[in-house]
Design a protein around this ligand. Structure first.
Ligand code: M6R
Length: 607
């Protein structure tokens, strides 16, 4: 999820690009760059593997002077955050410049084809295939070449680009990633989001999926990929800058929850082929090593530990391999009974959690195979593990992990499928693949139920203690529901397994202690229903999350929230998203600072 900006007009492009990049830096901040078509007819490309201010220092040595340009602030997905991997990327002759947000799924195949045709690549990025592909098709008509190139690309993109031979044309294109065109007085902007445009214009044209905007000094025209004119939607935006950064949402946490369908889709993108086989580009462990595994350990902290607990169950069920999720901080102080036939999976959004780093190092000393499942390219854990599975969720700014947890659950599901594939476990495979593929759409249905969750939150925000209960995959979901609620609302909340309930936690229950029952589908469904009866007869209010159409708890629970039907993992993901929204609305109702809860940091870099 990078920030992109393009400008065509009569003012100094470089200053406008810098200003836009500063406003977009919250979308990505590991590198930044600009390309400007100078008055002299040459193109200047300046990039730095650092924050925007470092780029500005470099530009101040010699400001490119021109009226057309593009800029980018990067959140790495393919290729480490280095200067050559920073955008803009150019073709072989340096005449076509491109900035990109998204993931090009078939870039390896395209790069191989372009290399055979004689193209030379400078970076490790997926983006760089775009200018070369356009160059390959270019016969004097830039827009036609862009169309031909886009027809070959699979994946997600918001692209802004120009060509030296067409100094009065700025082109933007979008598919599964946002892009807007700002319409000023005799000047035009194309950006990944409205925040970059606000000082210049509030008249915004929102591009639709698969549309291309061609901007010239005479105006902006929008067409579909095949060149047919597309209907245009012009909005007048009244947001202030902060609202715009949050996409119009009152908090980053809500924005990020709303981005969950995209995060799930990004975690899946390019990883399941037509036969339902799993491919991880960056998982550099040889198949033979994975085939010889005796066990898997999954290490993480906080929300990531809950993801690890889900991963543990999936690996056992889907790959038939013993697995164990552990608190990374505890792992390091116990005898490390792992060895070369152990796969140690470091589950971490940031890749910088000190406890998880130390645990990973310990596993490496024992010669275990290690894999990081992380959102941050080039983070310490991504660098030190033998292989990496990136979440591709884009930056998460709210302290509470939300969309990245869902991306972790999807990625661990894929890892379990991959391990199962290597071990010849084929049963239920097609059903599991279908379950994963349906998830983004089902998550959207949960988000559409936001008003109902807000109303439930209003009713429950007056309580001071909560107990969350679940079984099977619902158990880590219950633990996470409790964590999310306590961290942002400061209410006391505990999670427990349904089985454990009668062994202690049930003593807490009375009419002032609600139980949130995560009734996800699975083998212990009947037992969980019994748990709900047990807590209800003790007078505890019950909020039950159940599969759509399920009536078993209608007369027992105080409130029932129906979630779309899915498989076991799908149901766990959907309940997770619902509980994130529930916690969010409770915390907002109590007036908490949900994006920056007290005493917490986004990344815990000390033990
Ligand atoms: O970056 P990590 O995933 O390694 O962070 C681990 C925990 O600090 C983190 O999951 C924390 O519990 C969440 N911010 C809670 O929402």
């Amino acid at each position: 999820m990078c920030g992109i900006i393009g400008y065509l007009g009569s003012r100094d492009a470089t200053s406008i690009l810098i200003d836009g990049l500063r406003r977009l830096e919250y979308r990505g901040y590991d590198s930044a760059g600009v390309a400007v078509l100078e008055r002299t007819g040459v193109q200047s490309v300046v990039k730095r593997a650092a924050r925007v201010e470092t780029l500005v220092e470099a530009l101040q040595e010699r400001m490119p002077e021109g009226r057309l340009g593009i800029g980018h602030t990067r959140w790495a997905t393919h290729g480490r955050p280095t200067q050559v991997n920073a955008h803009p990327h150019t073709d072989c002759r340096g005449r076509i410049s491109v900035v990109h947000n998204g993931i090009i799924e078939n870039f390896e195949e395209l790069r191989a084809e372009l290399r055979r045709a004689g193209h030379r690549f400078a970076s490790d990025t997926d983006t760089e295939v775009v200018p070369h592909l356009i160059e390959e098709y270019y016969r004097g008509d830039f827009l036609a070449a862009v169309r031909q190139a886009l027809a070959r690309i699979r994946g997600a993109y918001a692209l802004v680009m120009f060509c030296l031979d067409d100094p009065e044309l700025l082109v933007g294109a979008r598919l599964n990633a946002p892009l807007v065109v700002g319409l000023g007085e005799g000047e035009y902007f194309i950006a990944s989001d409205i925040a970059a445009l606000l000082p210049y214009t509030r008249k915004v044209l929102v591009l639709g999926e698969g549309e291309i905007a061609a901007v010239t000094p005479l105006g902006a025209s929008v067409t579909a990929l095949d060149g047919m004119p597309a209907p245009t939607r012009v909005l007048h935006v009244s947001w202030d800058t902060e609202q715009a950064e949050r996409g119009g949402h009152p908090h980053f946490m809500l924005k990020e929850i709303m981005e969950t369908p995209e995060a799930a889709a990004n975690a899946l993108r390019g990883r399941l082929d037509d036969q339902g086989r799993v491919h991880f580009a960056e998982l550099e462990l040889p198949d033979e090593r994975l085939q010889g595994l005796a066990e898997v350990r999954l290490l993480g902290m906080g929300t990531s530990r809950h993801a690890a607990m889900v991963g543990e169950q999936l690996i056992e069920a889907w790959a038939g391999l013993p697995a164990r999720a552990q608190d990374a901080s505890e792992f390091r102080y116990r005898p490390a009974l792992v060895g070369p036939d152990t796969l140690v999976v470091a589950v971490t959004q940031s890749g910088e959690t000190a406890d998880t780093i130390v645990a990973l190092r310990q596993a490496r000393q024992q010669e275990s195979a290690t894999v990081a499942v992380t959102n941050v390219v080039g983070s310490t854990i991504a660098r030190e593990a033998d292989g990496v599975i990136y979440l591709h969720s884009g930056p998460e700014i709210g302290v509470a992990s939300t969309k990245t947890l869902v991306a972790h659950l999807v990625s661990l599901g894929l890892l379990a499928l991959r391990l199962g594939e290597l071990r010849g476990v084929a049963d239920r495979r097609q059903g599991l693949v279908r379950e994963l593929r349906e998830l983004p759409a089902l998550i959207r249905q949960v988000l559409d139920d936001g008003p109902r969750l807000a109303e439930l939150a209003r009713r429950y925000a007056g309580y001071r203690n909560f107990l969350f209960v679940g079984r099977g995959l619902g158990h880590p979901v219950a633990l996470e529901g409790a964590l999310k609620l306590k961290e942002i609302s400061y209410l006391h909340a505990e999670g427990t397994s349904g089985g454990e309930l009668k062994h202690g936690p049930i003593a807490l229950l009375d009419r002032d202690t609600p139980v949130v029952a995560v009734c996800t589908e699975g083998p212990s469904w009947e037992k969980l229903l019994n748990n709900v009866h047990e807590v209800a007869v003790r007078g505890a209010p019950v909020l039950a999350l159940v599969p759509r159409g399920e009536r078993a708890l209608a007369d027992v629970a105080t409130d029932v929230l129906e979630l779309p039907r899915s498989g076991e993992l799908g149901s766990a993901v959907l309940a997770t998203v619902a509980l994130q929204l529930f916690a969010y609305h409770v915390a907002v109702g109590l007036g908490r600072d949900v994006d920056r809860p007290r005493n917490l940091a986004k990344s815990v870099t000390v033990e």
